[in-house]
Design a binder for this molecule. Sequence first.
Ligand code: ADP
Ligand code: ASP
Ligand code: MG
Length: 406
Amino acid sequence: MKIVVLKFGGTSVGSTKKIKKVAEIIVDYKKKNYKVIVISSAMSGVTNELIKKSFEISKNFSESEHDVLVSSGEQMACSLIAGRLIHKGHKSRSWLSWQVPILTVGKHKNSRINEINRNRIIKYLKEGGIPIITGFQGVNNENRISTIGRGGSDASAIMFAKFFKAEKCIIYTDVEGVYTTDPNKLKKAKKIKIISYEEMLEMASLGAKVMQPVSIQDARLNRIDIEVKSSFIKKSGTLITKRSKIMNNKIVTGISSTQNDSKVSLIGVKDKPGVAASIFKPLSKNLINVDMVVQNISANGKETDLTFTIKAEDLSKTKKIIQENKSINYRKLLFEKGVSKISVIGVGMITTPGVTFRMFQALANKKINIQVISTSEIKISVLIDKRNTKKALIALHNEFNLDNKK
Ligand code: ADP
Ligand code: ASP
Ligand code: MG
């Protein structure tokens, strides 16, 4: 069976007009004799609206009810797509995750899909039907609806491609593919024709919203090629695939940025073994993700300064945890919301020395101060003043020759 998985993001199904367009794309694949499995997200803005409502009900809204609530956005989009296909004379129906079923493991709001029952969908495909399946969700072993993290429909599509051994897995979105940096932030951004899982994973984790990081991990693990393309413009997109398929002479493939980071500094911390652990242990217990960390060498051997970054939404919780932590001594506690993390990413930097220097020099030339640095084999991240984000993006995009067409 020649199967294609087509995933449509919130922006692609954002209005009934757009849904009519989506139905045409689906029919095109059907005409090419594919068995088409469609995964849809909620209409854009709907998930956010639902989350807002839950907060109006309670600041501590039940996590299991949160999942029931937010998963409903996908139900609406799927029935509208199926309805349009039926209107056009095709056999189609919506499938909610429990009807498939799609099975999940893990905590509410952040589960993972670990199995998809194939039988009913295969039977339906054989009957000539086009299943329109709710992304972003499944049912857990207690038969409760569970969602798989924001942007999770991408991961739903990858798992369908895996379990149904799809020939193609295509992520339709509102941009033409994966760009060297967010094309909505920098006009000069260029579409990347082909990118490795590793680079895409770093770009996504470091702020490129176009693909959800978990979906890239799953695709890499299962060796599933992903095409990312536009729902609105008929043009070739980006192929996300294994590194060995790529001939690339660029040192840096892309640049990501985030604007929702906050910086926490503890000044004059008593320097003794175990101090960092006693700061970070209660944070990790409370599921606060600590990202970049720097600790100064203590000049007098007694005191040191420690700085780290967290998501802005975790700031008030972090403040409380540190202030209530009786096992640490420090002179001053500083918090800063106005920071942004810029990262350059590329497998080319493994074999090319001097990338760090070029990055720092390009920022220095624009008088942009670097506050914190972190690196891995294929990425360098720096923390800067949020107001300099655009300036830094422009400078680095130019420095690493991303302004030029490949
Ligand atoms: P969907 O609704 O299809 O899931 P998303 O909003 O999740 O779409 O992702 C698409 C958006 O990702 C684009 O509109 C773009 O602004 C943003 N984006 C961020 N970084 C990149 C990048 N490097 N390449 C392409 N798009 C990016
Ligand atoms: N609708 C969900 C969200 O907004 C899932 C998705 O978009 O993939 O996060
Ligand atoms: Mg998305």
